[in-house]
Design a binder for this molecule. Structure first.
Ligand code: BG6
Length: 492
């Protein structure tokens, strides 16, 4: 079933950091798909910009290589690729430098069109680039700026960046991207919760025992060690992606789907997160760092070897923690969160585990009754599964067996799942900020995450080691088992 495509008007998109990994791996392929599917008109123009001196042709060559590498071969029709590349241009600018020459950019952009400035650069350049855009008269009323995460390193730096960007762009023009919000299954959470009356009635502390959110990756730091070693898993994944998922699970129904109404509800959740006090960091959080091991049957080096430089590092590549949302709906329902690099599986899922019945009428020997679980699978194989107990078919007595009601989105809808960036890029052109983080959300998320970082920094112990290819340090298992619960085992 083909999705209905509503084309956007032609626009100008300037990508700063045009030679970087994000642009080549994600943004150009996403724009290509939107063009190929007829959503992005051929009059649209994409201006790559970075410090290197490159001609349009040389940049198109790089863009072509990136498409060849990151777009599925059957989707790369030569004619479409050639037409797409003819929409791509390159303007060399040292955009953060106040003495840079912006004349070529000023002349190239169409004053009447929506213009998107995508900052695929390091966050410390966001302020200077925005200031220069303003000084050189590039910020029209139809301009938007897209900021990649992380917005800052802590609350103070996030505020400083937001102030600097806010001095140039209105909040309605500012699109803070969290690509997890562009994932189909994440948006489907809104549909699941608010378009189906059955679940919303069960979505309370009376019925739900606890929630787990796992984002596991098999990759290591993949040449991003310079960034990652200053960041770590809490800043890289929890402060943004995982907290956003938690918000969508925990928020109250918004009064409408208008961007600010959805964001108001998410903000309330962030503000309701119980702060983790310094003395609780040891019992409520676990941080780990991978050592050498094997992933997918292949030996892989440890984190320090991957960094290829320092002999030691205190940076965590794994976090597990127990969070609490202090609202009436979620009273005493723990949210267990975990994420890590070099885990055995690439899997992102949200598990809502329901409370068990007070006692069982079935004798233990006919099958152990397991609690019902709703599993929302973000990747791979996007879908949902409701785990329930059923009778094993056939004669010979009543035996119980856990069974799943499964919906696989790809099988059900039979279509390619667009990458999150495709949807989000088109939303910036349309000016729809529902799936982007508002300033106060980013700052509220830092306010909760920062004390954990401070508590870790104040302690002498290093992150706990775990072997690449394992589910993190054993302390992460103990974190949940202490409460009489277990991590859901993702199915391969
Ligand atoms: C990014 C992080 O935001 O998300 C990366 O910086 C991580 O470290 C990536 O690998 C995961 O995204 P996805 O879409 O592959 O789950």
């Amino acid at each position: 079933m083909a999705a209905k495509i509503i084309p956007v008007p032609p626009f100008d998109c300037v990508v700063f950091g045009a030679t970087g990994d994000l642009t080549l791996r994600k943004l150009l392929p996403a724009l290509y798909y939107r063009f190929r599917d007829g959503q992005m008109p051929p009059e649209t123009r994409i201006f790559g910009s970075a410090r290197s001196t490159l001609s349009d042709e040389a940049y198109r060559d790089r863009a072509k290589q990136a498409l060849t590498k990151h777009v599925a071969a059957p989707d790369l029709e030569p004619e479409n690729v050639a037409r797409f590349l003819s929409m791509v241009f390159y303007i060399p600018i040292d955009a953060a430098n106040e003495n840079a020459d912006w004349t070529a950019m000023y002349k190239a952009l169409d004053p009447m069109r929506v213009r998107v400035f995508y900052l695929a650069t390091s966050p410390d350049l966001y302020g200077p680039i925005c200031r220069n855009l303003k000084t050189h008269d590039l910020v029209t009323s139809r301009a938007r700026v897209v900021l990649e995460k992380p917005i800052g390193h802590d609350l103070e730096s996030a505020r400083a960046i937001n102030d600097q960007v806010g001095a140039v762009f209105e909040e309605a023009q500012t699109f803070r991207i969290d690509h997890y919000l562009g994932k189909e299954t994440v948006q489907n959470l809104l549909a699941l919760r608010f378009a189906n009356s059955i679940f919303e009635r069960l979505w309370t502390a009376d019925v739900i025992d606890h929630v787990q959110i796992t984002v596991g990756e098999t990759v290591g730091v993949e040449g991003r060690g310079g960034y990652y070693d200053h960041s770590g898993a809490l800043r890289d994944m929890v402060q943004n992606h995982i907290l956003q998922l938690l918000c969508l699970v925990a928020m109250e129904p918004p009064v409408s789907l208008e961007a600010d109404r959805v964001r108001d509800e998410k903000l309330k959740v962030l503000r309701a997160l119980r702060p983790i006090a310094p003395h609780e960091a040891t019992s409520l959080t676990v941080r780990g760092q991978y050592g050498a091991g094997a992933v997918d049957g292949k030996p892989v080096p440890g984190y320090i070897a991957d960094l290829n430089g320092p002999e030691s590092s205190q940076t965590e590549t794994f976090v597990a923690l127990k969070a609490e949302v202090r609202t009436w709906r979620w009273a005493n329902v723990p949210f267990y969160l975990r994420t890590g690099k070099r885990l055995p599986q690439k899997v992102s899922e949200i598990v809502l585990q329901f409370r068990t019945h007070p006692f069982s009428i079935f004798p233990a020997e006919i099958g152990e009754s397991q609690p019902n679980r709703l599993i929302i699978r973000l990747q791979p194989e996007e879908g949902m599964r409701l785990e329930m107990m059923t009778k094993e078919p056939g004669p010979g007595g009543l035996r119980l067996r856990p069974t799943g009601l499964d919906i696989s989105f790809e099988k059900t809808f039979g279509m390619r799942y667009p990458d999150a960036y495709e949807r989000l890029l088109m939303d910036t052109v349309r000016g729809n900020a529902t799936l982007f983080m508002r300033r106060d959300e980013v700052e509220a998320a830092w306010s909760w995450a920062e004390p954990i970082l401070d508590a870790w920094a104040a302690r002498p112990e290093a992150p706990r080691p775990y072997a690449a290819g394992s589910w993190g340090p054993t302390a992460a298992i103990a974190l949940i088992e202490r409460d009489g619960r277990t991590w859901h085992e993702a199915m391969g």
